[in-house]
Design a protein around this ligand. Structure first.
Ligand code: SF4
Length: 403
């Protein structure tokens, strides 16, 4: 979401006549887009803001603005804490000191062949560990017509794939007058010429319904890839997290998805070291991952976030060394599982949307979301090519153009 918002802000500034620079000391305007989902991310952004203080003493000091989840409703407190920052913008807010009224959605000027499209902002779930609802506010969906027009315009600018974004895409539309849902939106977008792939994230296991699963199975442009965060493999921990589902109902949901969309690629998110998570409860998470075998797992250690119910009511009592050990255990297990899953692609041919070049090699993603590298002469950016896989690793595939 931050990346999508940064891309759009960058376009807005270019639209207003600004040019990008990679050197902070050359800039007239510096906007930092912050993430505070974990303490580590918050520490990094705070260090960055403080490091920019010296530029404010230069002969031509830049305007300094901070946006993203560091910016809560109490901007007075932030102004006291960082007096050298000129403007604080809440997530998704526009620079009101430069544009008087909210501009029409500004799209990335030179969009990548795969472009993020936010469809719903905020979250109503209040999982006990999560700061997002406090910083991004309640769910607010963008109208279907606005998204459809935007995706048509992106297609006109050469975009081939859109990645629909929301903290919980399964809630999309409930706050709009005619109550469309994500499935409805997918049907609309599937009909847009030029767009060949549609992805979406993130799903919430308590909200994902059968209509959506059927749409994934049926709609040709919707990629068979789902991110379905489970967070923990123990019911007591899930309850304390306020997730609203049980391990068994999650298991059944995964089984339902896999029976209706057999070739689906699945990923999940895990938090380890939640307050009072016992060794046994952690082991249940490990067992669940071993059983369900995801293509990828994003694992993070718990860190108490301000305002959240877990931070207010629960003691952060799992020692850092234990959290780290649990994180390593999951990463080791997932490396093994991903090695096996990706290894099955050896010798197979996958369809890749070429997204760019890194160290002289083209890269892109397969329909199932696997990162693929290959070497080839000529201009291939934005092209769809077939790549025969010759080497696999847990994180990426390598091959050569086939046919
Ligand atoms: S659903 Fe996601 S964004 Fe919303 S509160 Fe829970 S973890 Fe945070």
């Amino acid at each position: 979401m931050n990346r999508a918002e940064s891309e759009r802000l960058e376009s807005l500034f270019q639209h207003l006549g600004y040019l990008p620079t990679t050197t902070a000391s050359e800039a007239d305007l510096i906007v930092l887009n912050s993430c505070v989902v974990r303490q580590h991310a918050e520490d990094r952004i705070v260090n960055k803001i403080n490091a920019l203080k010296k530029l404010k003493n230069s002969p031509q000091p830049p305007t300094l603005a901070v946006t993203g989840c560091l910016v809560d409703s109490n901007t007075t407190r932030l102004k006291h804490r960082f007096p050298h920052v000129d403007h604080f913008l809440k997530p998704g807010e526009y620079p009101t000191w430069l544009v008087k009224s909210k501009p029409f959605p500004i799209l990335p000027q030179q969009p990548s062949p795969s472009t993020y499209v936010p469809i719903i902002q905020g979250c109503n779930n209040f999982c006990s560990y999560c700061v997002v609802p406090y910083r991004r506010g309640r769910e607010k969906s963008r109208p279907v017509s606005e998204i459809v027009n935007e995706v048509k315009e992106l297609a006109r600018r050469g975009v081939k794939e859109v990645v629909l974004l929301g903290q919980n895409v399964d809630s999309y539309g409930h706050d709009l007058p005619d109550k469309p849902d994500l499935t409805h939106l997918l049907y609309e977008l599937n009909g847009i010429d030029g767009i060949v792939r549609i992805r979406f994230l993130t799903n919430h296991p308590k909200d994902m319904n059968n209509r959506l699963i059927e749409a994934i199975a049926k709609l040709g442009k919707v990629c068979r890839q789902i991110n379905l965060p489970v967070q923990a493999g123990d019911d007591k921990v899930l309850k304390a997290m306020g997730r609203g589902y049980s391990v068994e109902s999650y298991r059944q949901l995964v089984a339902r998805i896999r029976s209706q969309v057999p070739d689906i690629s699945m990923s999940t998110d895990i938090v380890v070291g939640f307050p009072s998570e016992s060794e046994e409860q952690f082991q249940a998470t490990v067992d669940l991952l071993r059983e369900l075998r995801f293509d990828s797992v994003h694992v993070a250690t718990y860190s108490p976030r301000p305002d959240t119910t877990a931070a207010r009511n629960l003691e952060d009592n799992v020692p850092p060394s234990v959290k780290k050990e649990r994180l390593d255990t999951i990463e080791r297990l997932q490396k093994k599982i991903a090695t096996e899953i990706n290894g099955q692609l050896l010798g197979k041919t996958v369809e890749v949307l070429v997204e760019g070049k890194r160290k002289g090699r083209w890269h892109g993603r397969s329909r199932s979301g696997k990162l693929v590298f290959f070497s080839e002469n000529g201009e291939l950016l934005g092209k769809i090519v077939k790549v025969k896989i010759e080497k696999t690793s847990p994180w990426a595939l390598q091959g050569r153009i086939y046919g």
